[in-house]
Write a protein that binds this ligand. Structure first.
Ligand SMILES: O=C(O)CCC(=O)C(=O)O
Length: 242
């Protein structure tokens, strides 16, 4: 059966029993109605299989190694963490003399951009211990594996550009606080970029490991509302400064 006829039968149930003029031609209003419905529905039809037209389009799968966990912590835990974070001596992110519009504080290790290495930083504060236990459970690792923590404050209008985490670090778990964000992923392919994204809600966590951590870049576009993130990282054993 021609595609156009399948389309008409599917989207225009009255197609076969429309009003007719005396001479047998279809009444004008019926033809106009048909045209309108065709215009509205055609984009959903062409290019899809007849099976797909029955269901909304499914979001493409996220890359291997990406996991997302909504509601990892409670609203009260979120409030307590924000209270602690707001008292930390956060400093503007600095990169080769350029200052980003987000504010950060590293624990365990910090990345030195001038020397291109991870260097020891101050101990992780006690208030992060229960959260580290929770994210380790989510990641299926021991809490002590997560030896690096970065607290980041994004004021309204701030985001983070496309990047991969430094090779000194391995797995990354990020916890979001205060407002949602669009976590974008991209990977270079022959014809351009393959792209994915995940809306990350406050109190949620995401994991980057394996393929998504090594082969994909990630970024967060500037947002209207302030947000905090706490990212925990394991070390890539052989790549740490002696
Ligand atoms: O805020 C976030 O969740 C992303 C942080 C990030 O990509 C980074 O610190 O490298």
């Amino acid at each position: 059966m021609p595609a156009a006829l399948i389309f008409k039968r599917q989207f225009l149930p009255n197609y076969c029993d429309g009003h007719r003029n005396r001479d047998g031609s279809r009444a004008r209003f019926q033809a106009a109605r048909e045209r309108l419905l065709l215009e509205q529905a055609a984009p959903y039809f062409w290019g899809m299989s007849s099976q797909e037209t029955l269901f909304p389009e499914a979001a493409p799968a996220m890359p291997d190694g990406f996991r997302y966990q909504p509601a990892l912590i409670s609203p009260q835990e979120e409030r307590d963490l924000i209270e602690h974070l707001s008292r930390l001596p956060l400093k503007p992110f600095a990169f080769h003399g350029y200052q980003g519009n987000r504010n950060v504080k590293a624990f365990g290790y910090r990345y030195d951009y001038a020397r291109r290495r991870a260097e020891p930083a101050g101990d992780m504060p006690d208030f992060l211990v229960p959260l580290r236990r929770r994210i380790a459970q989510f990641a299926g690792r021991a809490p002590d594996d997560f030896v690096q923590v970065l607290a980041t404050e994004y004021p309204a209008g701030a985001g983070i550009g496309w990047h991969r985490d430094k090779p000194q670090f391995e797995e990354v778990v990020g916890v979001s606080l205060l407002s949602p964000a669009n976590f974008r992923l991209r990977k270079k392919v022959v014809a351009g970029w393959q792209r994915r994204s995940q809306r990350i809600e406050p109190r949620s966590a995401y994991l980057l490991s394996g393929i998504v951590r090594h082969d994909w870049e990630h970024s967060i576009p500037p947002q209207a509302a302030p947000r905090y993130s706490i990212t925990f990282r394991t070390l890539a054993a052989s790549k740490v400064a002696p």
